[in-house]
Design a binder for this molecule. Sequence first.
Ligand code: AMP
Length: 249
Amino acid sequence: MKALVAVKRVVDYNVKVRVKADNSGVEIANVKMSVNPFDEIAVEEAVRLKEKGVVTEIVVVSVGVKEAQEQIRGAMALGADRGILVETADTVRPLQVAKILKGIAEAESADLIILGKQAIDDDNNQTGQMLAALMGIGQGTFASEVNVEGGAVKVTREIDGGLQTVELPLPAVITTDLRLNEPRYAKLPNIMAAKKKPLDTKTPADYGVATASNISVVKVTPPAERQAGVKVASVDALIDKLKNEAKVI
Ligand code: AMP
């Protein structure tokens, strides 16, 4: 059984993101970039399925700039077998990524296609759903548990106020939620070994996908600065301020 895992290169979640002076986007020059955290969970899940003997090969895909090779190598250090970089300097949107992933999933005859539920840079939460729709196959989104049994996969999903378990015939798309697993750290020998694993480079055009976008970002603005607080002398003064200034009671 083959697993295809999508990993996006994003600004590391520890970085305090700064908006560019011209409000055209966020600053990514000289900023630490990492694998999208939900995609690390996707890689970990594929590796666990391989360790259980369910999955035999893990292929990792990233769509983006040349430097996304680093994130693919990182996934290989965690246990992925092979990588594909679909290289483009253009900003790609979920529909374009989904079309590219469809091309790869079909060419690879992937049984499980695992994505993060959302990329923490654009917060779209769309790619997995679009991919399943384009391929005409089932989707188990926001997965907190994944069990492959026979020719099907059972996915427990985190939904408002509880859990829902769905069963999907293979091939199927799964998107990971935070509680699915805790990704491991790569060991140094595995980081070295990952450098020798195969990594193919393709282009969006190889999958018939144009990267010209039908969305343009008009403006990015940072959240309003928080006002400094004040110390009040007594509970009465606090109540007065809550009532008459903040008008919250
Ligand atoms: P999004 O729909 O943009 O929130 O992304 C959801 C998931 O789709 C991510 O967690 C990744 O697994 C995958 N994905 C999105 N963009 C890319 C990309 N450029 N390269 C690889 N995977 C991606």
